[in-house]
Design a protein. Structure first.
Ligand code: 5GP
Ligand code: ZN
Length: 113
């Protein structure tokens, strides 16, 4: 998708702070973090929304989110982690390339859903 911002991040046409990458997925820091350490996981191939995304892609996304969550908790001392995935404007989705938010949480960060 030539006009997709996350496809451009995959192609490294737009810079990002990458925290994990393999043949299928990319994880990078969110440019507008809800709290410090907020990361995103995306498939390298363009898919959207979750209901149209192949099962194996969803499985890989969640397994990668688990890796990132582990690092946030074990390496950076997060006390909790929110793993979130938005679909459609009504749900607050801004970028239409499927992505999973992995948000480290600290007792004192004061952000609650
Ligand atoms: P959504 O609201 O679609 O679930 O989340 C999109 C997320 O992508 C937002 O948290 C936003 O801050 C992040 N984002 C949008 N554009 C960019 C960008 O160019 N680079 C990075 N790293 N994150 C972005
Ligand atoms: Zn895309």
């Amino acid at each position: 998708m030539s006009d997709c911002i996350f496809c451009k991040i995959v192609e490294k046409e737009i810079p990002s702070t990458i925290v994990f990458e393999d043949a299928d997925v990319l994880a990078f820091m969110d440019i507008g973090p809800i709290v410090k350490g907020h990361a995103l996981v995306i498939p390298k191939q363009h898919h959207d929304p979750v209901t149209e995304t192949p099962d194996e892609v969803l499985a890989k996304l969640f397994l990668t989110a688990k890796k990132i969550a582990k690092a946030q908790m074990n390496a950076f001392g997060a006390q909790g982690v929110n793993i979130m995935q938005n679909n459609g404007r009504a749900a607050g989705q801004e970028v239409e390339h499927i992505h999973v938010h992995v948000i480290p949480r600290f007792e004192e960060d004061g952000h609650h859903w």
